[in-house]
Design a protein around this ligand. Structure first.
Ligand code: S3P
Length: 169
């Protein structure tokens, strides 16, 4: 029996959204992304919201959006990289579904983020060197949250069959 609500967590650019979609399609579940739900609800991009209202408000609304997913069944929910680290969100996810941490190395995160930073307010505008240093400390500070997940899978060379096997075990 697969859990009826699966939360995919991990750092920016770890591949959460694409893994969530793949997993959902194999399970016959729907997939959602908390950033997309946020943008649909508030009619503003996460980037613009950060710029106008700041991170603290984003975290507050992000936590509310997450809790609304408690109404959904048979879903895979991809969460923004900071989601598990605020407002007891990690505990809430663990109480309301299965949590899967997609773990990539800081180097992988860097290599991916360096070309995808524009859409991400926390790293947008950083030089390559600043980005490298930021990831080293920032990712490290988030690991204690991510590592509370029930399951950890490697994001590099991700294999959906393997994940399905583990989930089915
Ligand atoms: C964030 C990650 C982003 C988005 C926002 C903040 C973070 O989502 O929620 O820019 O704090 O790590 P992705 O993890 O999908 O990039």
């Amino acid at each position: 029996m697969f859990p009826e609500r699966i939360f995919i967590i991990g750092y920016m650019c770890s591949g959460k959204s694409s893994i969530s979609r793949k997993l959902a399609s194999r399970l016959g579940y729907n997939s959602f992304d908390t950033d997309d739900l946020f943008e649909e609800k508030y009619h503003v991009s996460v980037n613009d919201f950060f710029e106008k209202y700041g991170e603290d408000y984003f975290r507050k609304f992000e936590a509310e959006i997450l809790r609304k997913t408690g109404d959904l069944r048979k879903v895979v929910i991809s969460t923004g990289g900071g989601n598990p680290c605020y407002y007891d969100n990690m505990k809430w996810m663990k109480d309301n579904g299965m949590t899967v941490f997609i773990k990539v190395s800081p180097t992988t995160a860097y290599n991916r983020l360096v070309t995808a930073k524009r859409k991400r307010p926390l790293v947008n505008g950083k030089t390559s060197e600043e980005l490298m240093r930021y990831i080293e400390t920032h990712y490290g500070s988030r690991l204690p949250y991510y590592e509370q997940a029930e399951l950890t899978v490697k994001g590099e060379n991700f294999n959906i069959e393997k994940l399905l096997e583990i989930l089915d075990a």
